[in-house]
Design a protein around this ligand. Structure first.
Ligand code: SAM
Length: 560
């Protein structure tokens, strides 16, 4: 709808024109002014409250499931995990217009005028926070379909930098064409990959498949084992790459085909032939080819961008896999958009290694977490990958009691752990993201939130808070939280430190009472938490402010 400018003063009109002159002319813009915004990034403090009843296995817990809006969860994690996550995978709402995208408690229909803008704003703020969490050599993988692919690509360029684009992988999600389609049968989706820094990130090679190994044969019973052969000629110019070759049969080949060159010099070719590395065909009369032995090729294969359902599963596989863990009978549609485990495994293999921290903040039914558990169980001697998952309740006015995170995501993981057998590191802590208004921080910050913050900030596995002193150990490091300095708390702290020779950090609200603990680090609560929260979210807050920038308008130029 055109705006009405008639009531505006000359100064106001000039201000509008000047704003327009400064607006970006190239790049992604969306209608931010028309959208009801979410609360500011550091409007309040967000802490994580562990729920022992919903956690799985005995503490200490290595993995973490967070129930809540990922807007809150990411703000909490920004205070404790800046630059630490090796791999982020997300599968956000695709904004199909079919009740898959909820923003500020409202579904966005296909006909909504600002639905792309709302989705972009929603994703922008979350991706900015995700960027803060990524390790310098980390990468983010994002599932998407045609509804928002082009917008997402531009948005990712804006947040992560066009120079950090790695790949747009095609996932073949359907195994048969949909003949009811009006135009095309839609058989694939995408996984967009961006590195935090393209120069620092490298994919892990994927294990060779049986099918790939089957290409290697041994028709001449070479003692070095199966091999395949490659062309001796290539189109790249090579100054020593043109010479005649005599086949064992006596036939003379005058040179490589027109416009191409042998890949190796004559001397090198003769050396390879003496070593039995040239294949002349069964009759010794073919154009020579170079043998490549299975035993000598790289241990894995570089990832390709085309992912077929034979390799990584399709959507029906994904539903079956969820149903195997959580048989839902007539409620089979309780969660309709899971991803296949094989797809998750592929992403985990390319983007992370044993021992890495990985995050999915649109975890839905928790497929990504199950894939991590399975990979860990398959290599019990390697350090486990650790996951953080964020899943929301999906509660709406019609279904106020719904709790997807508790009833589907965590429950699925609990059953997967039971099925995989007790692995000492398989358990997870279940936490709820809790907003604390700033004005309540000084006195009312619950001890449970302080303790989970301290453990996450120091990369300790999670345990529950205990009074008067909570303690945890990771390697040589001892972490303590004694909220107030009662006589019993001081005695407990002194006793814990007396038995500990390594580094130790104490969190407390009354640091002066522990001034006598020479050589130990004493951290002041709540200031340290607020500072970490502010610092963690600062980068994202700055970017949002710059993106929303309203230029300062000076006096109108006299010539106007
Ligand atoms: C496409 S599904 C993800 C499916 C998941 N990959 C799986 O395999 O189960 C997207 C999920 O993100 C959730 N979601 C949407 N907005 C969210 C938000 N602000 N915070 C947390 N989760 C959200 C949706 O409710 C839905 O469960």
């Amino acid at each position: 709808m055109p705006r009405d400018y008639n009531h505006l003063s000359r100064e106001q009109l000039v201000e509008i024109l000047q704003r327009r002159d400064l607006e970006a002319n190239y790049g992604l813009v969306w209608e931010r002014d028309e959208i009801e915004p979410e609360a500011a990034i550091n409007h309040d403090y967000v802490g994580l409250r562990l729920d022992p009843a919903l956690s799985c296995g005995p503490a200490p817990w290595q993995h973490l499931v967070i129930e809540g809006d990922n807007w809150d969860a990411l703000r909490a994690l920004a205070a404790t995990h800046q630059g630490q996550v090796k791999l982020i995978y997300i599968d956000p709402p695709y904004n199909t217009g079919r009740r898959d995208f909820l923003y500020n408690d409202r579904w966005f229909e296909k006909t909504h005028r600002y639905r792309h803008s709302v989705w972009l704003e929603f994703m922008y703020k979350r991706l900015l926070l995700a960027r803060e969490l990524l390790a310098p050599d980390g990468a983010i993988f994002v599932s998407i379909d045609d509804n928002e692919l082009f917008n997402l690509g531009l948005l990712m360029n804006k947040v992560f930098g066009e120079e950090n684009f790695i790949a747009n992988c095609i996932w073949q999600k359907a195994f048969a064409p949909k003949n009811s389609a009006q135009h095309f049968s839609d058989d694939h989706e995408y996984v967009l990959v961006y590195a935090a820094n393209r120069e620092l990130w490298r994919p892990n090679l994927l294990p060779r498949t049986e099918k790939q190994d089957r290409a290697f044969k041994n028709p001449d019973n070479d003692p070095r084992g199966p091999w395949t052969s490659g062309d001796l000629a290539a189109r790249n110019f090579y100054s020593e790459g043109r010479y005649p070759i005599t086949c064992p049969s006596g036939r003379i080949i005058e040179g490589p085909p027109a416009g191409s060159y042998w890949r190796v010099s004559k001397a090198r070719f003769e050396e390879l032939d003496r070593d039995g590395r040239i294949w002349w065909g069964k009759d010794g009369n073919n154009t020579p080819r170079i043998k490549r032995f299975l035993s000598e090729v790289k241990q894995g294969v570089v990832p390709q961008t085309l992912w077929t359902y034979e390799e990584v599963g399709h959507t029906q596989d994904a539903k079956k896999q969820l149903n195997e863990m959580l048989p839902m009978g007539r409620n089979a549609d309780v969660f309709s958009t899971p991803k296949p485990l094989q797809l998750m495994e592929r992403i985990l293999r390319i983007g992370s290694q044993p021992g890495d921290l990985v995050l999915d903040f649109f975890a839905g039914s928790g497929t990504f977490g199950q894939a991590v558990l399975q990979l860990n169980a398959a290599s019990p001697d390697a350090p486990p990958r650790r996951f953080i998952l964020v899943s929301n309740r999906e509660a709406t006015a019609e279904e106020p009691e719904k709790n997807l995170c508790r009833d589907i995501c965590a429950e699925r993981l609990r059953r997967a752990i039971a099925k995989l057998g007790a692995h000492p590191t398989a358990g997870f802590a279940y936490a709820v993201a809790e907003r604390i208004p700033r004005h309540r921080m000084v006195e009312k910050l619950p001890d449970a939130l302080v303790w989970s913050f301290a453990q996450l900030a120091h990369d300790h596995p999670l345990t529950l808070f205990t009074r008067p002193l909570a303690q945890s150990r990771r390697g040589a490091h001892l972490l303590l939280y004694a909220p107030r300095a009662s006589a019993s708390a001081v005695r407990a702290v002194e006793a814990a430190l007396a038995n500990h020779a390594g580094p130790a950090t104490l969190y407390t609200w009354s640091p002066d009472d522990y001034a006598h603990l020479a050589g130990r680090i004493v951290v002041r609560v709540p200031e340290a938490l607020l500072a970490a929260f502010r610092q963690g979210t600062a980068g994202a807050a700055r970017a949002v402010a710059q993106n929303n920038e309203v230029p300062v308008v000076g006096p109108a130029p006299a010539s106007l």
